[in-house]
Design a protein around this ligand. Structure first.
Ligand code: SF4
Length: 213
């Protein structure tokens, strides 16, 4: 089976998953959408209310903003892959709990392995801190590229919902981050990973980065 077929099989597995308590309260499993061979993958925290109802990540106003920011760097939503750390909505939009993240991790890992993007963009504080294994907040982490798991480049940015709430300052920062995404995609592929991964003299993230944990 090739990677595209294996991703489709993984999706089917997720749609029937009851491995954590979120299965009890979800409407639909929100596995992920987009090009199964994309160079660019977005990872958010968890489905919200609209996503839970529609079974697709980043719909509604936040999704529209994401689509618009992509268009500004010359990309259609269908050319990227979009997923969340957990595939079912936590009740009341609370943060996913550690055991839920662990239970759902094989799906995200599978998506990363099978889509195999060169660039991963984390959307928001939660996904960024989890994937970079740091307590440093998004405001300090964004604006940089990080050499991440299996040689991928990780670029953190705000969650589009934060831009909708936070106004021009957050939106301007997101535009800068998307420009960095464009620049990174346009650059030739990087050589094999070096041990040094962080641009700051005082590292905000561990020097050895796993998927998370
Ligand atoms: S959140 Fe993930 S692990 Fe939990 S039920 Fe949904 S698909 Fe399964």
């Amino acid at each position: 089976m090739n990677a595209v077929a294996r991703l489709a099989a993984l999706r089917e597995e997720a749609l029937a998953c009851t491995a954590c308590r979120l299965a009890e309260t979800r409407t639909k499993v929100v596995f992920g959408v987009g090009d199964p061979q994309a160079d660019l993958m977005f990872i958010g925290e968890a489905p919200g209310r609209n996503e839970d109802l529609q079974g697709e990540p980043f719909v509604g106003a936040a999704g529209k903003l994401l689509t618009r920011l992509l268009a500004e760097i010359g990309l259609d939503r269908s050319e990227v892959y979009i997923a969340n750390v957990v595939k079912c909505r936590p009740p009341g939009n609370r943060d996913p709990r550690p055991d839920e993240i662990d239970a759902c991790k094989p799906f995200l890992r599978g998506q990363l392995e099978l889509v195999d993007p060169r660039v991963v963009v984390t959307l928001g504080n939660f996904a960024t801190k989890l994937l970079l294994r740091t307590e440093t907040g998004i405001t300090r982490l964004r604006g940089h590229t990080y050499r991440w798991w299996r040689g991928k480049t990780l670029i953190p940015t705000y969650h589009p919902a934060a831009a909708l709430r936070g106004g021009d300052r957050v939106l301007a920062a997101m535009r800068e981050d998307f420009a960095l995404v464009r620049q990174t995609l346009d650059a030739p592929p990087e050589p094999p990973p070096e041990p040094e991964v962080h641009p700051d003299p005082e590292p905000a993230v561990p020097r050895q980065l796993g998927l998370f944990g």
